[in-house]
Design a protein around this ligand. Structure first.
Ligand code: MG
Length: 372
């Protein structure tokens, strides 16, 4: 079985200033990485992940160990870079990899980017999200629909490069002709539901058009994050000619980089402006309704996108266009990882507390994490 067709697109989206996703589409190997970290360090982490795959020779005889070992190597490289370069300290990235061997597709995965497979018109998510909301969905505490709009949906529980070693998921699937695989960052899945992704993939036979349509749909829904999409189709026919495709190594595509650097203002499309205006109006209304006194008093305990327990001031509400009714007031050094499953689940109660009660709750979490 071969890769008979493929396409990749990466787009900054309508809100972020830079694209911190990276991707690789060089059949039989496909990678999506979504970097995180301050001051564009996420870009470095995602690039190292993709470059590690680009410069490691694959082993067709043991594809499973190639995928796993290369993810572990990328983890070490990112971790070491973060440990020696203060500008990138604490950076990390997700990674989702697909390697097509003779008779199987090997997927490797860390974080909340995703792999999907479309088989006989049915779309199925193949990877599990390593995120707090993903854990809650698996435990039945919240529904997938609630997860899609959860204020802390971007908190991930596993990442590449944040620790010396990493726990890698690998999934081996048999190859079936006409299967289409989609690897994507959460800039797609945070904006576009599975039902719509499935509709687009079924309706559009061309992978190039489908990839563009997925990016367009994510931007139409607000484009709040960088969007990366890799599509490939299996078949018994001729191998897809790699040379016939534009360079798809360590995207974003050059065109987008140039636009970002030279014409930052033009990227603010009319849609983005409209979204901002709507969000600002909604924010104003919500503020009046909630009452500014209550907003000022209200606190809750949650987790930062870096995975640390924090006290937030305000209400746990996200409005359209990235407007939030809360801000981190004090970030504790307690990693969410150090909490028990029950304690993590309680982080999502988002019970509204006074500042004093919220701090007391964090102190209790610190004590229990310390004594364990
Ligand atoms: Mg993202």
């Amino acid at each position: 079985m071969n890769v008979v067709d493929y396409w990749a697109e990466s787009h900054t989206g309508l809100v972020r200033r830079a694209n911190e996703d990276a991707l690789l589409a060089t059949p039989p190997l496909f990678v999506v990485a979504d970097g995180m970290g301050g001051a564009r360090a996420g870009e470095t982490a995602a690039r190292i992940a993709v470059e590690t795959f680009a410069d490691t020779t694959s082993d067709p005889d043991s594809p499973d160990s190639f995928v796993r070992a290369t993810i572990e190597l990328a983890n070490r490289r990112i971790f070491e870079r973060g440990a020696t370069d203060i500008a990138t300290a604490g950076m990390g990235t997700t990674v989702t990899v697909a390697f097509v061997a003779e008779d199987r597709v090997v997927l490797g995965h860390v974080g909340d980017s995703r792999a999907y497979r479309l088989r006989d018109g049915v779309l199925e998510q193949v990877t599990e999200d390593h995120s707090l909301v993903g854990e809650l969905v698996r435990r039945g505490a919240i529904t997938p629909r609630e997860a899609e709009v959860h204020p802390q949906r971007s908190v991930i529980t596993r990442a590449l490069g944040t620790e010396q070693s990493v726990d890698v998921d690998t999934i081996v699937a048999e190859t079936v002709a006409d299967d289409v695989y989609l690897l994507c960052s959460d800039g797609l899945t945070g904006m576009v539901g599975d039902a719509q992704i499935g509709r687009i993939l079924r309706a559009v036979p061309s992978l190039e058009v489908a990839a563009r349509e997925l990016v367009r749909a994510a931007n139409a829904a607000g484009g709040e994050d960088n969007i990366s999409v890799v599509l490939f189709r299996l078949g018994g026919g001729e191998r897809a000619p790699a040379a016939a495709r534009p360079a798809m190594v360590a995207a974003p595509p050059r065109r987008l980089i140039l636009v970002d650097a030279a014409e930052p203002e033009r990227r603010r499309s009319p849609l983005r402006r409209a979204v901002t205006v709507v969000a600002a109006l909604a924010g104003a209304v919500a503020l009046v309704l909630a009452g500014s006194a209550y907003l000022g008093w209200a606190h809750f305990v949650g987790a930062t996108s870096q995975g640390q327990v924090a006290v937030y001031q305000g209400l746990p509400i996200d409005l359209v266009g990235g407007v939030r009714l809360y801000r981190a007031e004090r970030v504790s050094p307690i990693p969410v990882r150090a909490l028990t499953a029950a304690e993590r689940a309680r982080l999502f109660d988002h019970a509204i507390l006074s500042a004093g009660d919220a701090s007391a709750r964090v102190r209790r979490l610190a004590a229990s994490a310390y004594w364990r």
